[in-house]
Design a protein around this ligand. Structure first.
Ligand code: SAH
Length: 466
């Protein structure tokens, strides 16, 4: 099929898709909330005090261990106990900015489903669904595409936080939640069974998966290393009176060398198992000169491999290289290795990652090249991107969608709001979201290049691929 024909089909379908929407936003009166996190009457020890004791007992801990405790410690982790999103919270994400984001992700899933000859049974999986806003907007969009909607067997959300699981349930369901052997389950307002898991590995693999990970990988723990004269050494977190020579600074952190012990980064003078293995694991790191620093996230590699295997192992005679897709949207460099990117955000400002552990969002840039290498080599899929969010959204038709939405607004304020949302999502200047956020997709090898990554809508027929 020629490029022009593809483009034509793509545009025609986009218009067709948009015109069939009924865009009333907002599910007023979000449903029942059950399974609240357990409450305790015991005064809790602060996470910072617990971590300080751990360091005093065992010596410095890795950045990964620190991040994991700060974010997902079952008692005091940042995500475990609060809803951090929105203007009242600590940060805002693309799905919370505009419904357009979820709609375009939904369109992408449909185009990919068409390109893969319409698998007849699919599972939607979302990793780290936050408030459930992205899934809500996707499900609303799917209502206009019965052939796709009718293939959704269930929705599986992978969420570590009981608080956010309750919020997601309120966003997506009217029915109560039941606790099952392997997690929690309910039914969405659209009648689709929905289940919650803590780990992707627990999600069944019996049908084709369409998996979305928006701002999930940046929350996964990273290790930091420095290439010293004596070889690679891990940069760890110490709790002591910082020495000028060893204490490193971070974004949002003011270096002070008073007499009080505090958390700070320090380069270990000796090697550890991870400093032997991590930087040796890829030629990308091994070749770096002395004084180089790197961040690596083996937990992210593990998830990328799991995503890719889910796709490539879903093979049938009609889908010999696998079935399904994964869409990863996050911030980080498309090619280079992240360096010194650990950051903490509270109340929409950068703060020190060491200020009151567990009370600020910690994150680090995603190394998209590392994810690509793992997915291609160990997961046997085709990887597309990472491309900039602004380009991807434009390829999916955000311009046309914003125009339609604005035309439906009766007030100037309404039209202005849509314009602002559009610009916020696609703007590329000065480190804006359209540029720093990247989009990457995993698809079965040999299937057409997806929309948004250079491909058009490819209708391959509907051979009832199982
Ligand atoms: N995708 C949402 C939320 C992003 S914030 C949005 O864009 O609005 C990160 C999400 O991942 C939260 O829901 C958080 O609770 C979840 N999360 C963080 N670490 C996790 C882990 N290790 N396992 C499962 N979920 C995790």
């Amino acid at each position: 099929m020629s490029l022009i024909t593809q483009a034509f089909i793509c545009l025609r379908r986009q218009r067709f898709l948009w015109s069939r929407y009924h865009f009333s936003r907002g599910l007023a009166g979000l449903g029942t909330r059950s399974s609240s996190p357990p409450s305790s009457t015991q005064p809790k020890r602060k996470l910072g005090d617990i971590l300080a004791d751990v360091v005093k007992t065992t010596g410095p801990i890795s950045v990964a261990a620190y991040m994991r405790q700060c974010l997902t410690n079952p008692e005091s982790g940042y995500y475990i106990k609060k809803d951090p999103f929105g203007t009242e919270g600590d940060f805002i994400t693309s799905p919370e900015i505009s419904q357009m984001f979820g709609e375009l992700v939904a369109i992408w899933c449909i185009t990919e489903w068409i390109a893969q000859r319409r698998p007849q049974r699919i599972r939607l999986i979302e990793l780290g669904p936050g408030r459930g806003t992205l899934m809500r907007d996707m499900l609303k969009a799917f209502q206009s595409f019965a052939p796709f909607k009718n293939t959704i067997v269930d929705i599986c959300l992978v969420e570590a936080s009981p608080t956010l699981r309750t919020t997601q349930h309120g966003t997506l369901c009217d029915s109560a939640t039941t606790e099952t052997e392997d997690g929690f389950s309910s039914v969405t307002r659209y009648g689709i069974p929905i289940k919650w898991y803590i780990n992707l590995k627990e999600v069944p693999t019996d049908v084709t998966s369409f998996i979305i990970a928006h701002e999930f990988f940046d929350a996964l723990p990273i290790h930091q290393f420095e290439h010293t004269q004596n070889g690679w050494r891990e940069i760890m977190i110490d709790y002591s009176v910082p020495q000028e020579k060893t204490a490193l600074s971070l974004p949002g952190q003011t270096r002070s060398f008073d007499e009080d012990p505090k958390f700070h980064l320090t380069v270990l003078p000796y090697y550890t198992a991870s400093s032997k293995v991590g930087p040796e694991s890829s030629p990308r790191y091994k070749s770096l000169p002395v004084k180089s620093k790197i961040e690596i996230s083996p937990e992210s590699w593990d998830v990328a491999k799991e995503l890719a295997l889910r796709i490539s192992e879903q093979r049938t005679p009609k889908a010999p290289t696998g079935s399904g897709a994964a869409l990863v949207i996050d911030y980080g460099p498309a090619e280079t290795i992240p360096v010194d990117t650990l950051r903490a955000i509270k109340g929409h400002h950068f703060v020190s990652p060491f200020e009151e552990p567990g009370t600020a969002d910690l994150s680090a840039d995603v190394d998209f090249t590392a994810l690509t290498l793992v997915a291609e080599q160990e997961g046997h899929v085709a990887v597309h991107g990472a491309v900039e969010q602004g380009d991807w959204l434009h390829a999916l038709g955000i311009g046309a969608r914003a125009t339609v939405l604005a035309s439906q607004q009766s007030t100037l304020e309404g039209k202005d709001r849509i314009a602002k949302e559009y610009h916020r999502l696609v703007e590329r200047s000065g480190g804006a979201m359209g540029k720093i956020y990247k989009v990457m997709a995993f698809t079965p090898r040999g299937t057409p290049t997806p929309v948004g990554f250079g491909g058009g809508v490819m209708d391959q027929g509907d051979d009832d691929v199982e």
